[in-house]
Design a protein around this ligand. Structure first.
Ligand code: C2O
Ligand code: CU
Length: 475
């Protein structure tokens, strides 16, 4: 039980940020609906303005010094955008940061020009400039957004937000909650630690934060206004942290991965949630029940993340759904016949470098297929050949080979893919797949959209220092 585990504050805050932590011992209860809905924007015509700018955020309780961050619309995380499947979303992005930026819509299958990758799909949005993103959300599910320039620093200073695409038919739940999980590296004063660009972070496990947040909050006690069926959408928006969530309490079904529905399955421990990935859970909470969530991402430093209970007194009443949990309605994504797979072209993608490898040097921390991109994210970054090319509507097998001693959540833009499990089954549709040290995985995908698409590690310090490139889909 979680009683044996240290709390998030004891572990992450106390150990490194004493002054910050001593004020954080309050144990305030967050009303989930308030916290989740407070920063939420639903807009019937799906037109949004998003401004990226420096701001200060009250990360600790009142009375503590606010943290200087970079924010979307003044909050951490940025506004949670909610749209409906099939909507045309229009976002005017205004950059008031001291450096160029962009927004990438992680997991959304859209036209290349709207993918938000400066130097590859659009020019950088310079300070004081704006860019209008327009795209149709074909898939319902849990997605998110973030800049795609100097990502380690821009996300590490706070630029993340969730994008929820609702299905046209309501999924039957009483509460639809989003937990955008993240961590920040803070200094003794609770300010963003300025250690960006650290070669040590790049060559090891990335920029791990020392404080873990749920929707920007430190609260470890959350409540819904009344019992009933709850959908919990988990998004890992941290630079480098791997979460492995253990669930104690009512039985919990995993219903979607990376936004796409999977057959409901009761789980006690969720799959590792690596940076960029999402998992949707559904569970029922009845009187006096609580779901307790622990993070065993680092088995030696497991901690109690948070619990979800029912507000006392509760206001209102949930429905009774019985034991039946219907799968979420499927998205219209490419389907594969297992028999066609042996005939597909196989493309290798070798990841090498990092600490403890012979390939590593300060000029080239990581390589993809032996090639080290130039450091940094200038538009010249892409003035080179794609890692591989695919014809439009061609299906291929991509063989990801991790020759390094480190974990890499590999993310592909513009496609969803399935892992090949053994010779006769396919894993769930994903956009980000975790490779353990030394591991190889084969995935199958179909190129549906023309253009140049990123493929990179979502540990942003690895991405920055070489684990990034692009593939070309041509007619
Ligand atoms: Cu979440 Cu290339 O990004
Ligand atoms: Cu990596």
């Amino acid at each position: 039980m979680s009683v044996l585990l240290p709390s998030r504050r004891d572990f992450l805050v106390f150990s490194s940020i004493c002054s910050f932590a001593s004020i954080c011992k309050g144990g305030a209860i967050s009303d989930i609906s308030k916290a989740a809905l407070g920063g939420q924007v639903t807009n019937t015509d799906s037109v949004f303005n998003i401004v990226a700018a420096p701001d200060s955020v009250q990360l600790g309780p009142q009375g503590h010094q606010p943290t200087a961050m970079w924010c979307f619309n003044g909050s951490y995380p940025g506004p949670s955008l909610r749209v409906r499947r099939g909507d045309e979303v229009q976002v005017k992005f205004i950059n008031l940061l001291p450096e160029p930026s962009s927004i990438h819509w992680h997991g959304i299958r859209l036209l290349n020009a709207m993918d938000g990758v400066p130097g590859l799909t659009q020019p950088p949005v310079d300070p004081g400039e704006s860019f209008v993103y327009k795209f149709v959300c074909k898939d319902a599910g849990t997605f998110w957004y973030h800049p795609h320039l100097n990502s380690s620093e821009q996300l590490g200073r706070g630029l993340i937000g969730s994008l929820i695409v609702e299905d046209d038919t309501e999924t039957e739940v009483d509460h639809d909650l989003i937990w955008l999980l993240s961590d920040l590296r803070l200094d003794q004063k609770g300010q963003i630690h300025e250690s960006f660009g650290s070669i040590h972070d790049q060559a090891h496990a990335g920029r791990l934060g020392n404080v873990v947040f749920i929707n920007g909050s430190l609260s470890d006690s959350w409540s819904v206004p009344y019992g009933g069926r709850i959908r919990l959408r988990l998004i890992n928006g941290s630079n480098a942290r791997l979460f492995r969530l253990r669930l104690n309490g009512p039985s919990v079904n995993q219903v979607a991965i990376d936004g796409h529905p999977v057959p409901p399955r009761v789980i006690r421990e969720a799959d590792v949630l690596a940076p960029g990935q999402r998992i949707d859970l559904i569970f029922d909470l009845h009187t006096a029940e609580e779901l307790e969530i622990e993070d065993h991402g680092n088995p030696d430093r497991a901690y109690f993340l948070a619990k979800i209970g029912i507000a006392k007194p509760s206001i209102g009443r949930g429905q009774w759904y019985g034991q039946n949990l219907k799968p979420l309605p499927a998205n219209d994504i490419p389907q594969f016949q297992i028999t066609e797979i042996p005939r597909l072209r196989e493309i290798p993608l070798v990841l090498s470098g990092g600490a403890m490898s012979r390939q590593m040097s300060p000029q080239s921390v990581w390589q993809m297929n032996g090639r080290a991109p130039t450091m940094g994210h200038g538009p010249d970054h892409f003035g080179r050949e794609p890692l591989f090319s695919i014809s439009l509507n061609e299906s291929v097998v991509l063989k990801l080979i991790n020759q390094s001693a480190w974990f890499h959540p590999m993310h592909l833009h513009g496609v969803v893919f399935h892992e090949l499990l053994g010779s006769d089954s396919l894993g769930p549709a994903r956009d980000t797949l975790l490779l353990a040290p030394g591991q190889q995985k084969r995935v199958v995908l179909k190129a549906e959209f023309l253009g140049d698409w990123m493929v990179h590690c979502h540990i942003l310090e690895h991405q920055h220092s070489g684990l990034m490139g692009y593939f070309r889909v041509s007619a």
